[in-house]
Design a protein around this ligand. Structure first.
Ligand code: ATR
Length: 273
């Protein structure tokens, strides 16, 4: 039995185990995927346990997409550019290679509208934000990118990391500052709106920074409609939640492990959850 997992903290919200196990069952594979919540001070210990158990692959979610980097033996070039890893492929000998499938999953639901996206606001500057920002500066042609984060220094670090790939001006602002410019796309990459922070919003005044054509994209998928997306619906804005990205990044991860993509069954079950 090959073993796979997701690591992160907390993990109660995660659909990844159900999604990957559905795909393993569909293909009749002898494999199991489980949630492995790791509290921050037990992170390294948890990784050692996975290595000892002979894990064949795992996903990484909040807050470890950058913290995993020093524990990998190899890094795929895209993950290296992004500076964050959400998928690890492990050999039976225990060599771990890091990949980023978030960037691919993120762009899928907005690909057709990408040409209209000029002014972008990204909320958050962690590992997920890195994949989102990289995807947008390389696939869209924005006029301006604004990074807003609780910890301003992290937003500045992300700006620096993006500079080799972006000719677009990047502005960094503190999460407590007001935002009064109109954006075509607003993306939430923070955990504000889920778990213990469900019912909260990462953006104090959505109306002050949107226009009638703004797309509001929340990477959160559980709850399916976060407070930010509810506020966007009240303003009649276009909304996208994190489910298509979850399925897209998961299918790519599954391919890296098995050479097969998710079957349609996964889409049928999880895209309407
Ligand atoms: P991931 O790798 O999954 O993106 P992360 O690197 O821990 O996880 O990033 C989480 C993001 O959510 C960060 O932008 C974080 O802000 P800080 O950089 O200031 O930590 C943001 N975040 C998490 N909890 C938050 C909260 N309670 N209020 C505001 N922002 C929060």
């Amino acid at each position: 039995m090959k073993r796979y997992a997701i690591i992160g903290y907390p993990l109660e919200h995660s659909y990844s185990p159900a999604m990957h196990n559905t795909a393993f069952r569909h293909y009749g594979m002898e494999a199991k995927y489980e949630a492995r919540p790791l509290v921050p001070d037990k992170f390294e210990e948890g990784l050692n346990r996975l290595r000892k158990e002979g894990i064949r692959g795992f996903n990484i979610t909040i807050p470890y997409k950058q913290r995993i980097l020093p524990f990998l033996q190899k890094l795929d070039p895209l993950a290296e550019k992004i500076g964050a890893v959400n998928t690890v492929v492990c050999t039976p000998e225990g060599s771990w290679t890091g990949y980023n499938t978030d960037a691919y999953g993120f762009i899928l639901p907005i690909r057709e509208r990408i040409k209209d996206i000029r002014d972008i606001l990204i909320l958050g500057a962690g590992g997920a934000a890195r994949a989102v920002a990289f995807s947008l500066v390389t696939e869209a042609h924005p006029r301006r990118l604004t990074l807003m984060n609780r910890t301003l220094s992290r937003a500045n670090d992300l700006r620096q990391a993006l500079e080799p790939f972006a000719s677009v001006p990047i502005q960094c602002i503190d999460a407590s500052s007001g935002v009064y410019e109109n954006y075509d796309l607003i993306v939430n990459t923070t955990s504000v709106g889920m778990g213990a922070l469900a019912g909260e919003t990462p953006l104090a005044d959505l109306a002050s920074c949107s226009h009638s054509g703004t797309i509001v994209y929340d990477l959160i998928y559980n709850p399916a409609c976060s407070r930010l997306l509810k506020e966007a619906s009240v303003l009649h804005l276009k909304t996208v939640n994190g489910l298509p990205m979850l399925i897209g990044q998961g299918s790519r991860a599954f391919y890296l492990w098995t050479g097969r993509y998710f079957p349609q069954e996964v889409d049928n079950i999880f895209s309407n959850t």
